[in-house]
Design a protein around this ligand. Sequence first.
Ligand SMILES: C[S@@+](CC[C@H](N)C(=O)[O-])C[C@H]1O[C@@H](n2cnc3c(N)ncnc32)[C@H](O)[C@@H]1O
Length: 248
Amino acid sequence: MEDTPTPSTALTYLNPSYWDERFSKEEQYEWFKDYSHFRHLIQPHLTPHSAVLELGCGNSQMCEQLHKDGTTNITCIDLSPVAVQNMQKRLLSRGFKDIKVLQADMLELPFEDECFDLVIEKGTMDVLFVDSGDPWNPKPETIFKVMATLKGVHRVLKAGGTFISVTFGQPHFRRPIFNAPDFNWSVEWTTFGETFHYFVYVLKKGQRSSYDDIPPVKRFEASPINLLHEELESEDFAFRINVDELNY
Ligand SMILES: C[S@@+](CC[C@H](N)C(=O)[O-])C[C@H]1O[C@@H](n2cnc3c(N)ncnc32)[C@H](O)[C@@H]1O
């Protein structure tokens, strides 16, 4: 990545001015892997009429690729005004006039209840975990932020809607959070990638029989896709240091 060195500590990712500075120099960067690597896991949850919200779009191309796949009602948010401005310009210049891009904090989603069919995030919630301390027992401030995000996502999802999280976070750490009694959704996960596996969680609103019931977090089978050059990017690695280094 030109001009944007990997930060020396993953805590930098929590600093909003880091993202503004980064996006003022960097045109495009895809965290983890691009959409082609996990498209087969997302598409079954979409129709051409789905209203989609992407959390923390940065300068990723995922919204364009979703649009090319036929889902055109897309709203992207990012905390960084620089990311939002650049994304708006880029989408206009590429002819994606109907994708909406707003500056907003995922901890306080500025949308009405039950207005999206699908909410998706890739690497955005991971930012909240870079300062979590012991992953078995994350700091209360981390839990507070993650729960604020998830409560917002749950609120804006329609009944039967889907939240998809593409992340480094492993099931033993995500399960207790996704399964909190505040949420009425089922939780399933799978992986993609070859040399390194990323996790994809699929949460379906309205599929938990009761708020007291703790449903199993099941792994679902997905056909593998054949893509070469599956390597962990250097920055993915830096990000992972604090997210997951203690996981093993
Ligand atoms: C690791 S990058 C992922 C970017 C993009 N999703 C991708 O896959 O390439 C995290 C993004 O989340 C944004 N972000 C961080 N905290 C946020 C928050 N509270 N609300 C919305 N966006 C946030 C950052 O500005 C950055 O664009």
